[in-house]
Design a protein. Structure first.
Ligand SMILES: Cc1cc2nc3c(=O)[nH]c(=O)nc-3n(C[C@H](O)[C@H](O)[C@H](O)COP(=O)(O)OP(=O)(O)OC[C@H]3O[C@@H](n4cnc5c(N)ncnc54)[C@H](O)[C@@H]3O)c2cc1C
Ligand SMILES: [Zn+2]
Lengths: 414, 109
């Protein structure tokens, strides 16, 4: 792989940009691999990457039914934070956030990680107490957050209306090293690094069945024929139920639509991420100047990647009250992704009832921030059968009552 | 916009009038049941890409619960039926079979 650098840009400028390599090789499927990962979203690609980087396993294929990052990874609003309440969450999200800090250098691919700070507004007394509690928990977990007063909120984000009539801002949970990153670049950067290690990134390759013998996975049926594998990692977010059905087990997951929208680009007016969970809305400004807006998930099982209009209306209504200056903005685009929701709003990184088959899912509305840490943990689990970051997130936790309850902490958990 | 006819009051209600209530026909398990049964009842969920049976409440209308048969891919509605049903009625099952050959959902098909 030719490295990207300032020198490379200068060199290619002089020879008419004829020397750039493809970022990842176009491969034909082999008859079998040591490991197959289903789903080339961020989590699947990161799993493959850390299998190679941390464990030396490189005979790996990543199968994707559509295009790289075309699932939730390419549809999300890219908030990165690790200010969760429970210890297992803080551990994996903070591992992930810290990997993001150096990911561009590590992958030699600019993922545009921008630790501009994430602010979660407290707009009810209940929320004030909740976020103060989270700030204390984070202090014990070694996650740098603090609870800040309304004046500080206004200073960090002057366009906020802190004394709105219904929900005045009473403070905020502030994580200065949270922020955003470029979603596509995270998928592309990992894919390029995987391809460089000799792995096969196979797009337009849909898994249609899972084959097993004596309770042990042997491979997958695809639209390009059968492909054998020693181990299988299912990392398909909204389609986890469909893949679990093929592999013969059930999941505590339901798939629903989550929507987002962006405005026309405007001059820089906001250099932090603001989440307002009571009123169900959050916003940041992209490098292009668009206001990136999201809200709560829709309520019922849905695979349409569309969502319902009244949820958009609810989000926009909440944000106009919080940021009155956006009331005249035109919205450019709206879209939906299918998110995989668990009852305790925490992910599943686990062995499954099928031998050799592992699953990573349930990230729901908030897994973009977790991509590096989740891939790290999933790779370790697949190789060693256990991982300190993953073990609390096993499927067995529901049966055993070991919930990792993040649902009380935030109404909108991105 | 999803529109369901409430079998209690007969109104064609759009989704802003309705509250989704999750998977239908769950069998409740009580004291003395096995761990598998509890796990299945409390946590495991059907999550089909296709035909689904659900509970809904006509929250901003008559307030009553009812059942709906729906496709999660096209949002096509196959029919609604009273909450007091242990299984989907035969006419709805027939309609689904005609529209989605080969469909399956738990023990109902
Ligand atoms: C609107 C929206 C906003 C969000 N905002 C945030 C945010 O601000 N911060 C945050 O942290 N998270 C956010 N999220 C959540 C985040 O996007 C997801 O948790 C994360 O991207 C999941 O990544 P993934 O790799 O698991 O899944 P995906 O990126 O969905 O990848 C799964 C892949 O599997 C493929 N696949 C499915 N079935 C098959 C099959 N049979 N064969 C082969 N391939 C298959 C799919 O095509 C897909 O590409 C948001 C999500 C949405 C929808
Ligand atoms: Zn009614």
């Amino acid at each position: 792989m030719k490295r990207y650098s300032a020198f490379a840009i200068a060199r290619e400028a002089l020879r008419g940009h004829t020397g750039w390599d493809r970022a990842w090789a176009r491969a034909e499927p082999k008859a079998a691999y040591d490991v197959i990962i289903v789903g080339a979203g961020g989590h699947g690609l990161a799993t493959a990457y850390y299998l190679g980087r941390n464990h030396g396993i490189r005979n790996v294929a990543i199968l994707e039914k559509g295009w790289l990052g075309g699932g939730n990874t390419g549809r999300n609003t890219t908030i990165i934070r690790s200010n969760y309440l429970q210890d297992p969450s803080a551990a994996i999200y903070e591992k992930s956030r810290s990997l993001y800090e150096t990911l561009s250098q590590e992958l030699n691919y600019n993922v545009m990680f921008s630790p501009r700070g994430v602010m979660m507004l407290a707009q009810t007394h209940h929320e004030v107490r909740g976020y103060q509690r989270t700030a204390h928990a984070n202090a014990l977990q070694g996650v740098a957050t603090e609870f800040i007063a309304p004046a500080k909120v206004k200073e960090l984000c002057p366009i906020i209306n802190i004394d709105g009539p219904r929900y005045p801002v009473l403070g905020a949970l502030w994580q200065p090293r949270g922020g955003t990153a470029r979603h596509d670049a995270v998928a592309w950067g990992y894919a390029r690094a995987c391809s460089d290690m000799g792995m096969h990134v196979l797009q337009k390759t849909e898994v249609t069945g899972v084959r097993s013998e004596n309770g042990q996975v042997t491979g997958v049926e695809t639209n390009r024929g059968f492909i054998g594998c020693g181990k299988l990692g299912i990392v398909v977010a909204g389609h986890s139920g469909v893949l679990a059905d093929m592999a013969g087990f059930r999941l505590p997951i339901e798939s629903v639509a989550l929507q987002a929208l962006v405005s026309e680009p405007i001059k820089p007016c906001m250099d932090v991420v603001v989440m307002a969970n009571t009123v169900h809305g959050y916003m940041s400004q992209s490098d292009k100047g668009e206001m990136v807006i999201g809200g709560g998930a829709d309520g019922y099982n849905n695979y349409t990647q569309r969502g319902s209009f009244h949820h958009i209306e609810e989000t926009v209504r909440a944000l106009i009250e919080t940021f009155p200056m956006i009331s005249r903005l035109k919205m450019l685009r709206q879209w939906g992704g299918i998110v995989d929701m668990t009852g305790d709003r925490s992910p599943i990184i686990s062995k499954t009832p099928l031998g050799g088959c592992f699953i990573n899912c349930g990230w729901g509305t908030g897994g973009f921030k977790a991509i590096p840490g989740s891939g790290w943990a999933m790779a370790e689990l697949m190789v060693k059968g256990a991982s300190p970051l993953a073990d609390d997130f096993s499927l067995g936790r529901f049966r055993e009552g070991r919930f990792i309850d993040e649902s009380v902490a935030a109404g909108v958990a991105h | 916009m999803l529109i369901l006819q409430c079998p209690c009051c007969g109104v064609d209600a759009d989704e802003t009038e309705l509250s989704p209530g999750g998977e239908a026909h769950l069998k409740r398990y009580g004291p003395g049941s096995s761990e598998d049964d509890f796990e299945g009842y409390l946590f495991m969920r059907e999550n089909p890409k296709g035909v689904h049976f659900e509970r809904w409440r006509h929250a901003h209308g008559c307030g009553k619960w009812f059942h709906a048969a729906r496709c999660t891919v096209t949002l096509e509605v196959f029919g609604t039926y009273p909450a007091q049903s242990y299984a989907p009625p035969q006419d709805i099952l027939d309609r689904i079979a005609a529209r989605r050959p080969g469909w399956r959902w738990r023990e109902f098909a």
